[in-house]
Design a protein around this ligand. Structure first.
Ligand SMILES: [Zn+2]
Length: 89
């Protein structure tokens, strides 16, 4: 009876799941967490859209949104100075 050398048995080595990268979508400023990415309108807040090639894509429901120039105009630069002055200490 020829015995074959088997280095590997049926069991696969256990691998941990990659941790959620959701925290990368947030920016901590002071005590607040600011959302950097846009949330999916279908999945709701907490599910972010992936920014890819000028498009926003939801990995959960495959929702795709095309970026328009209007969105950029909506973000007024004056908002930054308004909220940035809120400081504790
Ligand atoms: Zn979605």
């Amino acid at each position: 009876m020829g015995k074959k050398k088997t280095a590997k048995k049926g069991k696969k080595p256990h691998k941990n799941k990659p941790t959620s990268k959701k925290y990368t979508k947030y920016k901590i400023e002071g005590d607040k967490a600011i959302r950097m990415a846009k949330a999916c309108p279908r999945c709701g807040p907490g599910v972010f859209l992936l920014d890819s090639q000028g498009r926003l894509y939801c990995g959960k429901c495959h929702y795709t949104e095309f970026k328009s120039k209007k969105v950029v105009e909506d973000i007024a630069p004056s908002e930054e100075t308004k909220e940035g002055k809120e400081k504790k200490e």
